[in-house]
Design a binder for this molecule. Structure first.
Ligand SMILES: C[S@@+](CC[C@H](N)C(=O)[O-])C[C@H]1O[C@@H](n2cnc3c(N)ncnc32)[C@H](O)[C@@H]1O
Length: 251
């Protein structure tokens, strides 16, 4: 993949030209990338993109690398608004824009709003939206505080930071290279989820739905929080690994 990226040629070309000499500039670039990979830098950051919902998203060290399990959040969101025409959708903590942009592309009649606290992340998301031809309204700020006062949504989705502070996973693998504020809430792992659930009633239309991605062991806590705040039809959905990964309900 690294050589494909450096030479900008597909694998089939590399196989057909396996005795070609590579020029010195490409060789140096390839060796640098190999060294970075050996140090653990994620492939998505080395080649600059990751596929998500069959779309190609630019990835930089300023954003979380979109995860396959997050596709469940998008698919669940699409189902939640199946019977709503011209739905209003809010994605809180959009990062690369993967969730908001996928929803906007899958529901071309939707009005999609996306927020993030991180200015550099919003810049990546905006570039992704432009490259993929998605129309999104962007707001910078903390959760609902980013939004203008008016406006209610048929669907709110979020994949907030949900790793507890001090969790040893933060020191492992790809996570070492991703923005720490995209991974942890610097608390017990549920503080952002609590804020998003608590604020949802002020921002959902009657019957609107909230769906959240969360950690492998947080589904019961998220269900309880949703019920405590008056949500109905609360349930959790499993990702491809069989882990309850997405939880939500309607108000
Ligand atoms: C786990 S990442 C999810 C990114 C993207 N939605 C995805 O699923 O790939 C969490 C995102 O929440 C953002 N974030 C962290 N704290 C926030 C806050 N207080 N308000 C809004 N966004 C926040 C981070 O910058 C990051 O982009």
């Amino acid at each position: 993949m690294l050589l494909e990226h450096v030479l900008q040629k597909p694998r089939s070309w590399l196989l057909a030209h396996d005795t070609d000499v590579i020029d010195s500039q490409a060789t140096a670039q390839f060796l640098t990338l190999c060294a970075e990979r050996r140090q653990g830098k994620p492939m998505a950051q080395l080649i600059g993109y990751r596929e998500f919902m069959q779309y190609r998203f630019m990835v930089t060290p300023d954003v979380l690398i979109p995860r396959p399990e997050t596709e469940l959040l998008v698919e669940t969101g699409v189902q939640a608004i199946e019977s709503v025409s011209a739905p209003a959708i809010l994605d809180l903590g959009t990062g690369s824009g993967a969730v908001a942009i996928s929803l906007a592309l899958l529901r071309q009649d939707a009005f999609v709003v996306a927020t993030d606290l991180s200015v550099p992340a919003l810049s990546v998301a905006q570039q992704n939206a432009q490259a993929l031809g998605a129309r999104i309204q962007w707001w910078q700020g903390s959760w609902y505080e980013a939004l203008p006062p008016e406006g209610r949504f048929d669907l709110i989705v979020s994949n907030p930071p949900y790793i507890a502070s001090g969790d040893p996973h933060l020191e492992l693998g790809d996570l070492r290279f991703e923005p720490v504020s995209a991974l942890t809430d610097f608390a017990d792992g549920l503080s952002a989820i609590r804020l998003i659930i608590a604020g949802a009633a002020m921002h959902l239309k009657p019957g609107g739905q909230l769906w959240l991605e969360h950690g492998y062991d947080q589904s019961m806590a998220v269900q309880n929080l949703l019920r405590d705040h008056g949500f109905t039809g609360v349930r959790s959905l499993q990702d491809l690994a069989g882990i309850a990964r997405v939880t939500g309900g309607a108000l």
